[in-house]
Design a protein around this ligand. Sequence first.
Ligand SMILES: [Zn+2]
Length: 373
Amino acid sequence: MGAEQPDAPASLFIRDGRIATLGASRGAEVEVDAQGCTVVPGFVDAHTHLPYLAPAPGLERKADWVLPCASALAVSDDDAVVTYSERLAAGMLAGGTTSFETKSGLGLSVDGELRHLRMAQALASRVPQCVTVTCLAAHAVPPGKSQGEWVGEAATALLPQVARAGLASACDIHIELFSFALEHAARLAVASDALGLRMRVHADRFADNQTAAFAARWGFAAADHLNHTSLDAIDDLASSDTVAVLLPASTLAIGQSRQPSARALIEAGAVVALGSDAGPVVGAPGMARVLELACGTLGLHPVEALAAATVNASCALGLDGRVGRLEPGGRADAVILGAPDFGGPDIPPVVAVVCGGRLAYVAPGAEDRILRR
Ligand SMILES: [Zn+2]
């Protein structure tokens, strides 16, 4: 999927949180003068680990953050976790993120996961962004249990409660030598399919374990990370609807040298999306920073990065048609970038952000672009 760049001067008119018209210039209560700027759809972050609390000292650059953070979450006050994450979401908004995914995965028991999902739902109700919630049912193996024991419990006890209560729209699993294997993904996929939950997976991050190929063949909604995905698996992704979600801020945060084959994915015709992997190790970068990294470290052209962070990311989250495009009737999410086009090698800076029809952020120094009646 590509990004179209209208090149004529135009207006975007918003009413009741929706895009009302494109192209016509008309009076409004609040006007943003975007002369010399580019207006693009609000950015969609296809992969975060919100909600969480500030990391324990020393966690930075560690890939195995799950158990220490799960222990911290277990003794934390729910409201403190949601309030901390709300502040992170406000920072992400300043970086153009108007929609994002949240995940559980730090509960490590049926009750713990349900609690983590309820925190995610509370966060969704308190931030201006459009938020989706994923049950990361298999993140780390709970202490004292085998992989199979926990995945069986997740499939038969956790996911049915999640679906019944409408706590999440997707199920996720972490496939690595130190966590779970493909047979566990199959178990959760069968359960999720019966419950109407979309399936996604943390895939091939530290080794090529054929997870992306498996995800494509099983019709998963998304396969994320992909640092070690082989060329054969790229063909599998390209011939499927599975979205390849790349997380350059995560690769950078843990100092991983192996980058995903972004150019091969795009040339093969895979749907490539971007996410921040916001979490205890990465922090919570806004998507403007992730777009910069996608251009700088993955070799995406700015227009490719824009498509990956808008319409393609909305497909990964099941939000296509609702966010990620500037279309009449759609949710009014827009980012105003401080350059007249995307022709250069860099992502222009964020000047202002409209989220759900409201002017949600104005960059320092850009206040005189805002006209109120
Ligand atoms: Zn993740």
